[in-house]
Design a protein around this ligand. Sequence first.
Ligand SMILES: CC(C)(COP(=O)(O)OP(=O)(O)OC[C@H]1O[C@@H](n2cnc3c(N)ncnc32)[C@H](O)[C@@H]1OP(=O)(O)O)[C@@H](O)C(=O)NCCC(=O)NCCS
Length: 441
Amino acid sequence: MAENLIRKLEDGLIIRHSTKDDEEALVAFNNEIHSEGAWDKKGLEAWTRDLISGEGPTFDPGDFTIVEDMNTHEIVSTCCTISQTWSYEEIPFKVGRPELVGTKKKYRRRGLIREQFEILHERSAERGELVQVITGIPYYYRQFGYEMTMNLGGGRAGYELHVPELKEDDKEPYSFRPAGEADIPFLRSMYELECKRSMVNAVWDEDQWRYELTGKRKLNINRREIYIILDENENPAGFISTPPIKWENILVAENFEITQEQSWSEVTPSVIRFLWKTGLRLGEEQGKEQKMFGFWLGEEHPVYQVAETKLPRIRKPYTFFVRVPDLVAFLEVIKPVLEKRLLGSAFANYNGLVKFNFYKDGLSLDFKNGQIKAIQNLSHDALDDPAATFPPLTFLHLVFGYRTMAELDHTYTDCSVKDAEMGNLVNALFPKKSSLVWPIS
Ligand SMILES: CC(C)(COP(=O)(O)OP(=O)(O)OC[C@H]1O[C@@H](n2cnc3c(N)ncnc32)[C@H](O)[C@@H]1OP(=O)(O)O)[C@@H](O)C(=O)NCCC(=O)NCCS
């Protein structure tokens, strides 16, 4: 125990790192706090066991923090961080992803999560993680320095009457088989195409793919069942993924990509029929209705164009919480992207010091012939003549392509730009572009 101790708290509580011996207690805790039904429970149980086993490429059995009541030896609060690498327009950066955040009812509102977040932020920084992201309950994580600045999910769905019919004498032009380890090179090439649509992506290396396909427990709530789409000659034409546990009355595809030789209009009807049939099968196995199929592929995807009338229901994306504790360090990493964007704009070869004012402090980008020579933090007394002004953290909306300068200006009265030219420069540096990230779980 002593070597796992992180902090002693009042009333006989301690914070410590987890060990494999916590497996059963963590499963029971996460089911009590997070599950919303019998199948959800199975999914959470499998996920918790997968994490604490340390078998995944990026998670260690010590990566949960646990608040233990030493009077009863029960876990009263816990969360974990899943370390991973993401990319910003193909430039990699390290990310810490807090997850499974919960406190028992009796122990809530005593700052137990706040304490653990301090610890996990320190740990994340030690691992060189420049960004933390959370898929979390509304508002809560703002209290720990997070801002809601990147699309999370969203998609379109249709009902049984929208499933395209296959005429009696027609053969299904595409078939589907579960993907295996040998498909990894193909899947990686497909994923590369998928990533081109998104400003920010998670990096799925070979180990991650292998773990997803062969390592995770079948019902892990965060696993994706991956299928290769085959053309009439049994050649790979693309891939889709579905969750192993159906969400109530709908089965959705969470990935859908085709090779450059294929046509979205031709592959999509087969994919819809496959989703429908798989939904019926899973519905039977899991005691759930099958009423809808869908594509949870974010705000924009080719399938929404080629099957628009078959996908009448639109689900707006939710938002990732994002924290960037050292913005200068992060901008240093994405500097080549900013320079490239400028080169392709009216501001190619720009010279000048561009200051961003965040009221209490700020930062500057020093341009020489379109190259960024220095990115620096500014103290409160150095904020004169800024290009633009932002209440703290709203600048992240620009960095992650979530909102335009004009949208921020419209939303926040205390957000402003010096003049139209500076507005155009900011737009050139930080264009709006949506992201659909498939995070490592
Ligand atoms: C949300 C939850 C994790 C909070 O745990 P907790 O131990 O009570 O959190 P803390 O006391 O450390 O909260 C930190 C701050 O947030 C406040 N807070 C607590 N719950 C909150 C909530 N649901 N919404 C907004 N603020 C909340 C606290 O009062 C505290 O404020 P303060 O530091 O200004 O005093 C807990 O209520 C829980 O387990 N809920 C069910 C599971 C869940 O929703 N988990 C999150 C999944 S993303």
